[in-house]
Ligand binder design. Structure first.
Ligand code: GLU
Length: 447
């Protein structure tokens, strides 16, 4: 039998903006699809009309786009109600969904009684025992049913791509409600119907969905479909290792505003909680090549904003001019990028460094000695061969002429030429500042 093509889907609910936790899910869906030359789909889970907004849908698309996790297609659950209705009819005809009339209060009383007796608070299936006449009487009295999926009580097992063999006892799980009394859908069943219809081969999601998988496996079966493979990823925790809500909840917007490169966020999230080291990766193709579900661990993955900031700097130092040129201020060229790249922690700093080259810069307040030194340097700068390592020539000539060395040789020059006491390598910077500006700045510093 041939292996079916890999199809993954990222299925956010547009009830809020994406956060680090669901970006990680999106990334793993994308990596799994790309590594297998398969298909990566975006599924907008917008069955909850009251809480879903168009603004969030657009923000989700924009965030994925920013990250370069571009879907091969998009579906929306709100376009697919006819499909759900048809599948629901099939399940109804097969006796796998049944109408229930209990109010939320009545159910909570039942649960309390069960707990009081030391029993698991499982739905008692009282509605299954209603006769047709009793149902009609309830409906005549104004009750509209909600609907439950009937689990078959058989043991449930699957081999999770991250968590390994999983087992659930169907007899210990309540028949889940799949449809509300107003006809609206809960998440469980539409997701299965879509996964079947879209031929999803791998469902990748957070481990908070493990118990959903147990019941969804029976839904696949009841709808006559083979279940996809499942990969449930460990939770993200904070740097302190605590299961703090904040860890995975940091928004993509905030990360973007801090000047984090998408490539840095991807490199971190692709490796967090895996057996592979977190290293800067300038090209997503390397992440794809290194991807394997088997590398993902079961232990909670630590997300540390400080590690992200550090990885951001190391990522910037790797990025070629082409990867950033659209986001750099006018005036940047390849040699300028190469000169300043090693000094950046965020790309936003590039503008300030360019300003250092282009000027105007702050003229340092030198003492008489350093003024004389600057005047001497200005004179020498006129005699240099500016086409070949001018910084090495200038400093060698000044060293010979003045006997200065180390800090007293270099620091006044850096201050006079850039207005700052630290920054990119002067050897890379000086050719970019160029002969005329060099002479002019040294003269200004000479007073
Ligand atoms: N909309 C669901 C969620 O955001 C999707 C879960 C799934 O991937 O099946 O949790």
């Amino acid at each position: 039998m041939s292996v079916p093509p890999t199809i993954t889907r990222f299925a956010p609910s547009p009830t809020g903006r994406l956060h680090v936790g669901n970006i990680r899910t999106a990334l793993v869906c994308w990596l799994a699809a790309r590594a297998a030359r398969g298909t990566f789909m975006l599924r907008i889970d917008d069955t909850d009309a009251a809480r879903s907004t168009e603004e969030n849908v657009e923000a989700i698309r924009a965030d994925l786009d920013w990250l370069g996790l571009v879907p091969d297609g998009e579906v929306r659950q709100s376009d697919r109600f006819a499909l759900y209705e048809a599948a629901f009819e099939t399940l109804h005809a097969a006796g796998r969904v049944y109408p229930c009339y209990e109010s939320e209060e009545a159910l909570s009383v039942k649960r309390r009684i069960a707990r009081g007796r030391g029993l698991p608070p499982i739905y008692d299936r009282a509605a299954l025992k209603l006769t047709a006449a009793e149902r009609h009487a309830l409906e005549a009295g104004g009750a509209t049913p909600h609907w439950r999926f009937k689990l078959d009580g058989a043991p449930i097992a699957w081999d999770d791509l991250v968590r390994g063999p999983q087992k659930f006892d169907g007899a210990l799980i309540s028949d889940p409600v799949v449809r509300r009394a107003d006809g609206s859908w809960l998440y469980l069943l539409p997701s299965v119907i879509d996964d079947i219809d879209m031929k999803v081969s791998h469902v990748v999601r957070g481990e908070d969905h493990v118990s959903n998988t147990a019941v969804q496996l029976q839904m696949f079966d009841a709808l006559g479909a083979a279940a996809p493979q499942f990969a449930h990823m460990a939770l993200l925790v904070g740097a302190d290792g605590k299961l703090s809500k904040r860890a995975g909840a940091i928004g993509v917007g905030a990360i973007r505003e801090e000047g984090i490169e998408p490539q840095a966020l991807l490199a971190l999230l692709a490796r967090l909680g895996t057996s592979d080291p977190v290293v800067p990766v300038g090209d997503s193709r390397d992440l794809i090549a290194g991807f394997a579900f088997g590398h993902m661990g079961r232990a909670p993955a630590r997300f540390d904003p400080a590690e992200l900031a550090q990885l951001n700097a190391r990522t910037l130092h790797l990025l070629p001019f082409n990867a950033v040129r659209d986001r750099l201020p006018a005036g940047f060229d390849e040699p300028t990028w190469a000169a300043i790249r090693p000094n950046l922690t965020t790309l936003a700093e590039a503008a300030a460094l360019l300003a250092t080259i282009e000027g105007p810069i702050a003229t340092p307040a030198f003492d008489a000695d350093d003024k004389a030194y600057s005047a001497q340097a200005a004179g020498l700068a006129e005699t240099l061969d500016w086409s070949a390592a001018p910084w090495a020539q200038l400093t060698a000539a000044l060293k010979a002429a003045t006997g200065r060395k180390g800090k007293s040789l270099f620091l006044p020059l850096r201050l006079a030429l850039t207005g700052a006491s630290h920054g990119p390598e002067m050897a890379a910077l000086l050719p970019l500042i160029g002969r005329d500006r060099t002479i002019e700045r040294l003269r200004a510093a000479a007073g």
